[in-house]
Design a protein around this ligand. Structure first.
Ligand SMILES: [Zn+2]
Ligand SMILES: [Zn+2]
Length: 347
């Protein structure tokens, strides 16, 4: 039986064997549909709904292949023969949805106490703070750090200092009413600028849990070790968000000397995020394992922009499990007080 991961990869390669146009688009859509399908396609009766009509027979034939060699041979028959830009590197080390959802992580998931990375309408999330908070509570969380984007990210409607103040007040109001069920903690997802400084001045970081992340310069092939090292020296950074900045099938993420970065993070007490957003999955298992060996601690983040994204904590758990990260090195398993004990927690 071929896995969704292998089938999707065959479809991505088929897409890349056609020049930009309808055939490429149809195979791309099919590839994503298979990759995101919650159940293994080869074992299911029906193909995922998102597969375009014109490639259904091909996908159906490929899904019935008995193994990866047979799959490669069968796929070769449909190749468009075009050799252009390939993105295979940007697809390595990702779990398919079916792989994640087949993992027996329910027991571990029940032990998750806190959520550390999600967005609301105050930046580029789709829902209000209240809606997200209720959804987090229903998911069994006891505490959650609100981490909307800051102003440096003009493209995603980041918060300025006034918006931050308003959000802090909304958080206080929530905590007055529902804090005994779910305690919200004000935070931000700040941008690491080109020079390694953050887009939120120190004076505005008071009392905030700061995730620092790269959202610009991610397509560049230059080494960005010094940018990250500089960010790790910034006072009050709680965690490095999606450290590699990779995006499934789009870009492999930045180049850096990860040993140096992780050693510096461990020394500074800055946590590393394992971001479970399926298109990110960042850190990936091999890098998370390296970070673990270098003494780092972790936060698991769903990076939810919508209540239904909260399930992406499963992806983060899958990566942590694959990397062998023990629960005691992950702050989400701790009560709020302990979780925020890290040196960079509240500046
Ligand atoms: Zn981000
Ligand atoms: Zn985010």
């Amino acid at each position: 039986m071929v896995s969704n991961r292998a089938l999707a990869e065959a479809l991505f390669r088929l897409a890349e064997s056609f020049p930009p146009g309808d055939a490429r688009l149809a195979y791309l859509r099919a590839a994503y549909a298979v990759f995101d399908e919650p159940k293994e396609v080869a074992a299911a009766r029906r193909l995922p709904a998102g597969i375009p009509f014109e490639v259904l027979p091909t996908v159906s034939l490929l899904a019935r292949c008995r193994g990866e060699d047979a799959l490669a041979a069968a796929a070769a028959r449909f190749s468009g023969g075009y050799s252009g830009h390939r993105q295979g590197l940007a697809r390595q080390g990702f779990f398919s949805a079916a792989e994640v959802l087949a993992l027996p992580v329910e027991e571990q998931a029940r032990k998750l106490r806190g959520a550390v990375h999600f967005h609301t309408r105050a930046s580029d999330g789709s829902s209000s703070l209240e809606t997200m908070a209720h959804a987090l509570r229903r998911r069994g969380y006891f505490w959650a750090v609100v981490t909307d984007h800051t102003q440096g990210l003009a493209c995603v409607n980041g918060m300025d200092s006034r918006a931050l103040e308003l959000q802090k007040r909304a958080i206080a109001r929530w905590n007055e009413r529902h804090g005994d069920e779910l305690e919200l903690v004000p935070g931000v997802e700040a941008e690491i600028l080109e020079n390694g400084r953050l887009d939120v001045p120190r004076s505005h970081r008071q009392g905030l849990v700061v995730l620092a992340g790269l959202h610009t310069g991610l397509g560049s092939s230059r080494d960005q070790t010094s940018r990250l090292l500089r960010a790790l020296e910034e006072p009050g950074v709680f965690a490095l968000a999606h450290p590699k900045g990779r995006l499934f099938a789009r870009r492999p993420g930045i180049r850096a000397n990860w040993e140096k970065v992780f050693a510096a993070a461990a020394a500074a007490g800055v946590l590393l995020e394992i971001n479970g957003f399926p298109r990110r999955q960042d850190l990936e298992p091999t890098l998370a394992k390296l970070a673990l060996e270098l003494g780092c601690r972790f936060v698991l983040g769903s990076d939810a922009h919508h209540p239904r994204h909260l399930v992406f904590d499963r992806w983060a758990l899958a990566i942590a499990t694959a990397a062998g990260v023990p629960p005691e090195r992950v702050v989400n398993f701790q009560p709020l007080g302990r979780a925020l004990e890290s040196p960079g927690a509240l500046s």
